[in-house]
Design a protein around this ligand. Structure first.
Ligand code: NAG
Ligand code: NAG
Ligand code: NAG
Ligand code: NAG
Length: 611
């Protein structure tokens, strides 16, 4: 008995200060406060399993339990001042962190942790739908966990038993807010995604808005339309929804919440319609406040009309750390954590232990960045992958001397590697996907060598909806494919800053590097003042050449690639005049690429592993 109680007691003690015990302490920085209105929102999006927070970056080190404590205090404050607070999540909760990916089945602990937050309106992302088992868990776990709150405006599920196609959840939701009595009608959309497994159906947004239920919903008499979605704010889907609502309601306020491209973003559609998007990976909590929606009085009351004509919409991007949470709530180390928040932090700790996420595989000898240093370069994650990893793990024993080209899409890597311990968790953070290496034998070298430039020039040969180029690169790159240049992605071609600097090293005593967002409302959105970080362009795909002859080109090569890119590879080869199809493709390595990479790290980084 006592033996069983001990670890738990230890846990509660060690977590008295909340966040994960190994999380770095948050750093004090100059702050902007949160503007409150009648109706306020907290948003998470694209958390990708990072519910333990960032254990190597102090600026984002609060965990899901801390966010629960934060929301509890903010709810109390809302009640005190008679305002309302709603919580939103816009999907991609899974894939990208050991807390979700390291268990079998995946998400064994993560769904139970996530559901502890009281979210008012929630929808799917594309990641919930890539794998059939994940989509099934969305239906059997997340939808019931957020019963009445989960909205699936353009998503259907196919029941495995009967093959029947049904809405994943309700198409929309209407409710009245607790303190201000604001009547809200909420939708929950996914962008026009086509890469889903065959047990869901994503209906294009433009088609959905012609449906009877939608046309009826936008004619309802409400005080606010709330459109949440795993949809970029400046893309065509939200433009279409905005137009549809405005065609019926020229004056009703509309609040959009977006996701998917991993950036902090804000959009103005008209003077009463705005959108916000809260970044990625539990780095950012979005804050939105709206004033002047309506009073409790009559709608044609002159005071009412005056109030509504002076509406204001204000946004903030909150860095997810305890320093900021305490600042915004006016609480301190001992008064901030709530019992519920601490319980969830403890559950996260327990899950991480059970999943052995802190098991060290080796020590990274230097920082390796996706886009904070130029590619190619010594600190580029992709140069490392190309020169060190792929060149050494893309080996098929019986064909090890055959010249080969190995193609890998940059979007298969999801995060930077920091100098220092590389753990089981880091493996899933960097490479969460289950893809394997495939190949086509004896492809004429000339044709094979034309594929990479085709994939990176992105273009017209990939004209089907299924082969959009954005799918090859990390989502952050979306902001440069759209007509909108992402605010915190000032992409540079040239090398301007010194390579390999620590991410959060101070360059002045007060400011730490971090997000310096510029959006439709200006440059005062971030709650924390930072010095800017420079980002560089990366290609859609990289290529490693292995076992090439010392002189001249080979006649043919084994053309190796990560399975995700197969449809693009076949299309590109066809363009060069080489006709292959799915049956030309064979297994190159049986293991998931992630395991090959972890194997290389265990082998090659172990000797650096003494502090
Ligand atoms: C979906 O794909 C799986 C695996 O490829 C297959 O076994 C199944 O029959 C497909 N289901 C439908 C409804 O097409
Ligand atoms: C935190 O605030 C409470 C209430 O204001 C106060 O009693 C306590 O001493 C503070 N604790 C710390 C560690 O500052
Ligand atoms: C926190 O956990 C304890 C111990 O399991 C439990 O008794 C308590 O009800 C929980 N509190 C909340 C608010 O979840
Ligand atoms: C693929 O190509 C081979 C040889 O060119 C052909 O025999 C086969 O029928 C094709 N398979 C499909 C599925 O089109």
């Amino acid at each position: 008995m006592a033996k069983q109680l001990l670890p738990w007691t230890y846990l509660l003690l060690s977590l008295a200060a909340a966040e994960q015990p190994s999380a770095p302490k948050p750093v004090a920085a100059p702050m902007r406060s949160l503007p409150w209105g009648q109706l306020n929102f907290l948003q998470t999006t694209d958390t990708h399993g990072w519910h333990a927070g960032h254990l190597q970056e102090p600026q984002y080190s609060a965990d899901w339990g801390d966010y629960i404590s934060f929301a509890e205090h903010m709810h109390r404050k809302a009640d005190e001042i008679g305002a309302d607070l709603l919580l939103i999540d816009t999907g991609d909760r899974i894939e990208g962190n050991g807390l979700y990916d390291a268990s079998s089945p995946k998400g064994q602990y993560d769904y139970d942790i996530f559901k502890e937050q009281d979210i008012d309106v929630i929808c799917t992302g594309n990641h919930e739908l890539y794998q059939a088992d994940a989509a099934a868990r969305e239906y059997t776990k997340t939808v019931p966990n957020f019963k009445g709150k989960y909205i699936a405006s353009n998503l259907d599920y196919i029941l495995p038993e009967t093959g029947e196609r049904i809405p994943m959840a309700q198409r929309y939701r209407t409710f009245t807010t607790k303190n201000q009595g604001i009547r809200v009608l909420a939708f929950g959309f996914l962008f026009d995604f086509t890469g889903n497994a065959n047990n869901t159906v994503v209906q294009p947004v433009e088609k959905t808005i012609e449906e009877k239920w939608f046309q009826e919903a936008i004619r309802e008499d409400v005080d606010l339309f709330l459109v949440i979605g795993h949809v970029t704010l400046h893309g065509p889907e939200y433009k279409a929804i905005f137009k549809a609502i405005r065609s019926q309601k020229w004056d009703t306020p509309i609040q959009f919440f977006g996701g998917h491209s991993h950036i902090r973003d804000f959009a103005k559609y008209d003077s009463k319609a705005y959108g916000v998007q809260a970044g990625r990976y539990m780095e950012t909590i979005g804050w939105m406040s709206i004033d002047g929606i309506k009073g409790k009085g009559k709608k044609d009351d002159p005071k009412e009309i005056e109030l509504r004509s002076s509406m204001s919409f204000q946004r903030r991007y909150i860095d997810n750390n305890l320093f900021g949470y305490r600042y915004h709530t006016g609480l301190n180390e001992s008064t901030f954590p709530t019992e519920h928040g601490q319980n969830v932090s403890a559950a996260i700790y327990k899950a991480r232990k059970a999943l052995k996420l802190d098991n060290s595989y080796g020590c990274a000898p230097r920082d390796l960045w996706m886009s904070r240093t130029p590619y190619p370069g010594d600190n580029s994650l992709y140069t490392w992958l190309e020169k060190e990893v792929l060149a050494n793990v893309a080996i098929k024993p019986e064909r090890k001397d055959t010249p080969r080209l190995v193609i890998f899409n940059t979007g298969s890597m999801r995060f930077d590697i920091f100098k220092g311990p590389f753990t089981r968790d880091s493996t899933y953070i960097v490479s969460p996907f289950v893809g394997t290496l495939k190949y086509i034998k004896d492809v004429p070298f000339k044709a094979a060598s034309e594929v990479l430039p085709l994939l990176n020039s992105g273009g017209q040969i990939f004209d089907s909806a299924e082969l959009q180029m954005w799918q090859l690169a990390p989502p952050e790159k979306l902001s440069i494919h759209s007509d909108f240049i992402g605010p915190q992605m000032p992409l540079q071609d040239s090398f301007v800053s010194s390579a390999g600097q620590r991410p959060l090293l101070s360059s002045s005593p007060d400011l730490v590097p971090g997000y310096t967002t510029k959006d439709d409302a200006g440059d005062d959105g971030d709650d924390t003042l930072h010095t800017p970080i420079t980002f560089y362009k990366i290609p859609n795909c990289i290529q490693s050449s292995v076992s090439m002859p010392a002189n001249g080109d080979p006649e043919t090569v084994d053309f190796v690639f990560i399975d995700f890119v197969q449809p693009w590879i076949l299309t590109a080869l066809r363009f060069t005049g080489q006709v292959y199809n799915d049956s030309s493709v064979e297994e190159y390595r049986p293991e998931a690429f992630t395991d090959l990479m972890a194997g290389w790290i265990k082998e090659n980084w172990k000797k650096n592993c003494k502090n």
